[in-house]
Design a protein around this ligand. Structure first.
Ligand SMILES: [Zn+2]
Length: 87
């Protein structure tokens, strides 16, 4: 998950400082070649993120990465060893 320091980190969309409670963050993704890669592992104002025309697309990317991870041999080994880690 993105490291966000309130009052120091800037919004990945508008570039203004993140402060207050209405902040969302995107985790990093494995696909460094994805056209939206630079937006991952960052924080955003909730309003900026909600109004972003790429919001639906990044959420689909996250869902696809989650599926790939759950199909990975690493996940299967860890699942057998420790059980379901949650979402
Ligand atoms: Zn913003």
């Amino acid at each position: 998950m993105a490291l966000i320091f309130k009052g120091k980190t800037t919004c990945g969309l508008c570039g203004k400082l993140l402060a207050g409670k209405d902040i969302v963050g995107l985790p990093a993704i494995a696909d460094v070649t994805h056209e939206l890669y630079v937006y991952f592992d960052q924080g955003f104002h909730s309003r900026c993120f909600d109004n972003w025309d790429k919001k639906k697309e990044v959420m689909e990317v996250l869902e696809a990465e989650k599926k790939l991870f759950h199909q990975s041999s690493y996940y299967k080994v860890m699942f057998e060893k420790y059980g379901n880690p949650g979402p």
